[in-house]
Design a protein around this ligand. Structure first.
Ligand code: AMP
Length: 290
């Protein structure tokens, strides 16, 4: 496995392969790799001839009071996982490579990025949209894979790739979970034993919401209220949002059809966790207004 740190080396590696008709897959990450990342890497490996994983803790997507400095950076372990999974290039740009002197351009966000994470973390999506655009320009992949775990981010990247004609196909893969349902995340290591136990209540609330909808409940506010109750039974948790949304626009659902997504974010002490569940009601269309 090659480790590449500069833009020029990365781009010329890709260009050489592209000229030979090699299909390049790409999994962007911030490192601290876990089985969720591993699943993305495996799926990419199956679809592509050559595979690039980037590891870059992007400073511009963290707010001033967020966890940039303490974000885990186990680079040796991360490289070992990439090697194990047959990654061809581990792209590890530094902040100076990514944002050299004179860097100025920032991508303007689509509507889809306005609510939820966009509201809770105003710095986050401008940083994500800009770094993903830059990474696509540096790596020049044919296909890039993202996790459903970050549902709104994946929707934003899809829109970005389409609107700006970035020439990359985007594939979104299902969330990989721990045995008790907690979505895997690099931030889970911040949780102490007690916090780890209550962290799973986010997934339980989402699942309760999903079951309510599948059981025929159509009142969005009532569903959201009952999910919130499930979580608030565990002390020490603050709910940031729990919302039943249209899976395409990410606006609160005003009309139940056969598809929805429930988005959630909670805080346990200083640790922030997000998760979501997609809902498909087969055969049911335009159930009712509420
Ligand atoms: P991150 O390193 O957190 O920036 O995540 C890199 C990629 O891995 C993103 O596309 C995430 O959505 C994805 N990812 C993170 N956690 C999971 C998970 N539990 N299951 C599937 N994909 C994930």
């Amino acid at each position: 496995m090659k480790i590449i740190r500069t833009t020029r080396a990365m781009t010329s590696w890709s260009e050489r392969l592209r000229r030979d008709g090699v299909i390049i897959g790409f999994v962007p990450t911030m490192g601290a790799l876990h089985d969720g990342h591993r699943a993305l890497i495996r799926a990419a490996r199956l679809r592509c001839d050559a595979l690039v994983v980037s590891i870059f803790v992007n400073p511009t997507q963290f707010g001033p009071r967020e966890d940039l400095t303490r974000y885990p950076r186990p680079i040796t372990k991360d490289r070992a996982l990439c090697r194990e999974e047959g990654v061809d290039v581990c792209f590890e740009p530094t902040a100076e490579v990514m944002y050299p002197e004179g860097f100025q351009t920032v991508v303007t966000l689509p509507d889809i990025a306005r609510r939820w994470e966009g509201e809770a973390r105003p710095h986050h999506f401008p940083g994500v949209a800009t770094v993903v655009t830059k990474l696509f320009g540096m790596v020049r992949p044919h296909l890039a894979l993202f996790g459903q775990k970050d549902y709104q981010q994946a929707a934003l990247v899809r829109q970005l790739a389409k609107d700006l004609n970035l020439g990359v196909a985007i594939e979104v893969r299902p969330t990989v979970r721990e045995a008790d349902g907690l979505a895997m995340s690099s931030r889970n290591i911040y949780l102490n034993a007690e916090e780890r136990m209550i962290a799973t209540s986010l997934f339980r609330a989402l699942r309760a919401g999903k079951q309510a909808i599948e059981g025929g409940m159509k009142n969005r506010t009532a569903i959201e209220r009952s999910m919130r109750k499930t979580i608030e039974q565990a002390s020490g948790i603050h709910v940031e949002y729990l919302a039943v949304c249209d899976p395409d626009s990410l606006e609160p659902l005003t009309r139940f059809t056969h598809r929805a997504v429930i988005l959630g974010a909670i805080r346990i002490g200083t640790i922030r966790l997000i998760d979501n569940l997609l809902i498909h009601l087969p055969g049911k269309k335009n159930l009712a207004r509420h």
